[in-house]
Design a protein around this ligand. Structure first.
Ligand code: ROI
Length: 170
């Protein structure tokens, strides 16, 4: 009897990258390389960098943001823990909620999954309100991308003008 062909799960995930301390462009480039070096994770696309005004408490430097598209056979939690290790390796300190940081890595989307765990909510609950997430996501996602439980990315873009974000030259 033939063995069934086991197709290990492959997920398309989108990861938001952000930072506003210690040369954010260099931090994001390094994080991109580390994500791509993870076992069972392959980059499928990477957005341009955007400079963006801080969302949340003012009085902190502008951020640099980008979005990565990866294909992975890791589970969402395995990917989360791997990303947290990368954040920690780049000196991320968790003092203040919404405070300045060297590197923030957020799983925005994980396939068409909706996940609601204490440590991980997918889709990222804030993503639809944040131009610095939606516009880089739209740069690399399929035009008809749907955000689970929310709706079409194009509708989110229409409801969230690109204010306070500036695409950096490549
Ligand atoms: N603001 C911007 N512009 N970009 C971010 O990545 C970002 N990340 C955060 C808070 C502090 C909410 N503000 C941000 O975590």
């Amino acid at each position: 009897m033939n063995k069934p062909i086991v197709n290990p799960g492959q997920w398309d995930a989108y990861i938001g990258l952000g930072g506003n301390l210690q040369d954010p462009v260099a931090q994001l480039r390094l994080a991109r390389a580390k994500i791509n070096a993870l076992e069972h994770v392959r980059e499928r696309g990477f957005s341009p960098f955007y400079r963006s005004a801080p969302f949340g408490p003012p009085g902190q430097p502008d951020y640099v943001n980008a979005v990565a598209h990866v294909r992975t056979s890791l589970s969402a939690l395995q990917l989360l823990y791997a990303l947290q290790q990368i954040e920690n390796s780049q000196g991320r300190e968790r003092h203040q909620r919404w405070g300045a940081r060297t590197l923030d890595l957020d799983i925005l989307l994980f396939g068409a999954e909706s996940i609601n765990l204490p440590e991980l909510k997918i889709p990222h609950p804030e993503m639809t309100r944040r131009a610095f997430v939606l516009y880089p996501l739209a740069d690399i996602a399929a035009p008809d991308l749907t955000i689970p439980g929310v709706g079409a990315l194009s509708d989110c873009l229409a409801a969230c003008p690109p204010q306070g974000i500036w695409k950096l030259p490549e």
